[in-house]
Design a protein around this ligand. Structure first.
Ligand code: PLP
Length: 477
C-alpha cells in the first residue's frame, strides 16, 4: 500500500503555486495581525454583514486560499488551520484529488434534487458499505438539506412520525445546530436565550461530563448515576414524563468542549432505550467520517444506534451534504415528508466517493489514531507544567480539547482559553474554543495531518499557553 505525503499543501494547483504557501511547511507571519488587507475586508464586512457573524470576531483574518493544513490570508500570512471550517475539511483545504473529482463532476451535473444519479448511487454504496454488516442490511438513507441542523430536524421528524410520540430527550452540553428544533435540543443557554419559546417538548438529562460531574460525584462515589437517573425517569410510573419519540445523543460532545461519554454511560443509554423501544439517535455530525479514528464514533462503544446523523466531513472538502441513516422499521414517513431544494449536491457525492477511497488507500484512520496519541502526549506535558490551570486534556482521535480552570476555585476559565486562541493566532495557528464559558481550547486538524506539521502546531500551542497565562495571571495579580 502506498503511503503518500498526506498533508502536502498541494502546491500543484494554480494560484497556490505562485504563493508562499506552495512551499509552506509551517506558519509564515509577514505582517502585524490582522494585516492591512485583512483589516480592510473585516471593516467592510462589519459595515455590511449581520451582527450575528461569529468566527471573524475571534479570528480576525480575511482568507485568500487554503491548501492542506494551511491557509493564507490576503496579506500573504500563512497559518496552520486547526479550525478546518469547523471540522469540515477532512483532508485539509483543496486536496488535489478531491478538487479533481469536483471539477469532473461539475462539468457533468451539479444539482439533482433527489433523482437517482450515478454519482449519488456510487456514494450511497460506498457510505453504506462503511456501516457494520447488520446495520447496512437493515438501514435506509435519507438525503437531507445540506446542513447538520437540517439532518437533525429530519431525524426528529422521522422518530416522531414513527412512534407517534411528541417529546425528545436530549443531554446537557449537547449541540445539534441553530435551526429552531436543533436549537431546542441543544444545551447552550446563551444561544437558546436568543429565541423566545424554542420548540417545546424537550427533556434534558445530565450527560456524563465526569470532569465536572453534573451530579457532584467523584469517581470513587460514581455508579454512572447520570445514566441511572435517565433509566429511572424513563421507567418510573411516577416520573412525570411520557415515553419520548427519541433519545438524542452526541457521543463526543464537540461544541460542548470535546467531552466523550464514558462507555458505561453509553451502554446503559442504549440498553434502556432498546428495552423500552425508544429510538436512539446518535448525532455524528462532528464525530463521523473518521474524526475519532473509526468511521463512526458509535463503533468505539460497540452499540448500534437506530438513527445516525452525518454531515460536516461527508464530502471531505466542504461541498455540503447531510444524511440520516436509520433502521428500516422507522421508515414510516410519507413521500415528500422531508423535501428540500439542496439535497442532491452531486459535487459533494463525487468528492465524498473519492474521499472514502483515499481514507482507505492512505490508511488515514491509522494516522488519526497515531496523531491523536501524539497530541495527547505533547499536550499532557504542557498540562503538567501549567500549575493545574489546564485541568484536563481530552483527545479522541483528532478531536482535541484542552480545558482551562481558574486557579484556586477550579471554575471554568474562558479568559485563559480565549487568550490562548489569541496568542496562537499571532504565532500562526488557528484554534477553536468551546465548552462551558468557552473554557476549552479545541483543535480539529485535518485527518491527514503529518507528524511534523502537528509537532509544529503543538509547539506553537505550548508557546501560546505560556504567553496567555503570563498575560492572564499577570492581569489577575
Ligand atoms: N450536530 C453537531 C454535533 C454539530 O457539531 C453541529 C455543528 O457544529 C451540528 C449538528 C449542526 O451542523 P450545521 O452547522 O451544519 O447545521
Amino acid at each position: 500500500m502506498r503511503r503518500v505525503n498526506v498533508d502536502s499543501p498541494a502546491g500543484r494547483l494554480t494560484g497556490a503555486a505562485a504563493s508562499g504557501m506552495a512551499q509552506a511547511r509551517g506558519p509564515l507571519i509577514r505582517t502585524a495581525l490582522p494585516g492591512p488587507r485583512s483589516r480592510a475586508l473585516l471593516a467592510r464586512q462589519s459595515e455590511r454583514e449581520s451582527n450575528a457573524r461569529s468566527y471573524p470576531r475571534r479570528i480576525p483574518v480575511a482568507i485568500k486560499r487554503g491548501r492542506g493544513p494551511f491557509v493564507e490570508d490576503e496579506d500573504g500570512n500563512v497559518f496552520i488551520d486547526f479550525l478546518g471550517g469547523a471540522g469540515v475539511l477532512a483532508l485539509g483545504h483543496s486536496h488535489p484529488e478531491l478538487v479533481a473529482a469536483v471539477q469532473r463532476q461539475a462539468a457533468e451535473l451539479t444539482h439533482g434534487l433527489d433523482f437517482p444519479t450515478a454519482a449519488k448511487d456510487e456514494f450511497t454504496t460506498k457510505l453504506l458499505g462503511l456501516f457494520p454488516d447488520e446495520m447496512r442490511r437493515t438501514s435506509r438513507i435519507h438525503f437531507c438539506g445540506p446542513t447538520g441542523a437540517n439532518a437533525i430536524e429530519a431525524a426528529i421528524k422521522l422518530c416522531k412520525r414513527a412512534t407517534g410520540a411528541g417529546e425528545v430527550v436530549a443531554f446537557e452540553g449537547g449541540f445539534h445546530g441553530m435551526t429552531h428544533a436543533a436549537l431546542a435540543v441543544s444545551g447552550e443557554r446563551a444561544l437558546r436565550a436568543e429565541v423566545a419559546n424554542v420548540m417545546p417538548g424537550v427533556r434534558f438529562f445530565p450527560f456524563a461530563y465526569c470532569h465536572r460531574c453534573p451530579l457532584g460525584l467523584r469517581p470513587q462515589s460514581c455508579d454512572t448515576n447520570c445514566a441511572g437517573y435517565l433509566e429511572r425517569a424513563l421507567s418510573d410510573s411516577h416520573s412525570g414524563i411520557g415515553k419520548p419519540a427519541a433519545v438524542l445523543l452526541e457521543l463526543v460532545q464537540g461544541e460542548g468542549g470535546t467531552v466523550a461519554a464514558p462507555p458505561e454511560f453509553v451502554r446503559r443509554v442504549r440498553d434502556v432505550t432498546a428495552r423500552l423501544d425508544i429510538p436512539l439517535i446518535v448525532d455524528e455530525v462532528q464525530t463521523g467520517c473518521g474524526r475519532t479514528g473509526r468511521w463512526f464514533a458509535f463503533e468505539h462503544y460497540g452499540i448500534k444506534p437506530d438513527v445516525v446523523v452525518l454531515s460536516k466531513m461527508l464530502s471531505g472538502i466542504g461541498t455540503p451534504a447531510a444524511v440520516i441513516v436509520y433502521h428500516e422499521q422507522l421508515d414510516r414517513w410519507q413521500p415528500g415528508s422531508h423535501t428540500g431544494t439542496f439535497r442532491g449536491n452531486q459535487l459533494a457525492f463525487a468528492a465524498g466517493s473519492a474521499f472514502i477511497d483515499i481514507v482507505a488507500r492512505d490508511r488515514i484512520l491509522e494516522n488519526v489514531r497515531d496523531r491523536g496519541r501524539q497530541a495527547r502526549d505533547r499536550i499532557e506535558q504542557v498540562r503538567r507544567r501549567s500549575g493545574g490551570v489546564i485541568s484536563e486534556v481530552r483527545c479522541f482521535g483528532l478531536m482535541v480539547g484542552v480545558e482551562f480552570s481558574k486557579p484556586g476555585t477550579g471554575e471554568p476559565w474562558g479568559g485563559a482559553a480565549s487568550a490562548v486562541q489569541r496568542e496562537a493566532f499571532q504565532r500562526g495557528l488557528i484554534l477553536e474554543i468551546g465548552g462551558r464559558h468557552d473554557c476549552v481550547v479545541r483543535m480539529l486538524p485535518p485527518l491527514n495531518i503529518t507528524e511534523a506539521t502537528l509537532d509544529t502546531a503543538l509547539t506553537i500551542f505550548a508557546q501560546a499557553v505560556d504567553a496567555a497565562l503570563a498575560e492572564e495571571l499577570g492581569g489577575a495579580a
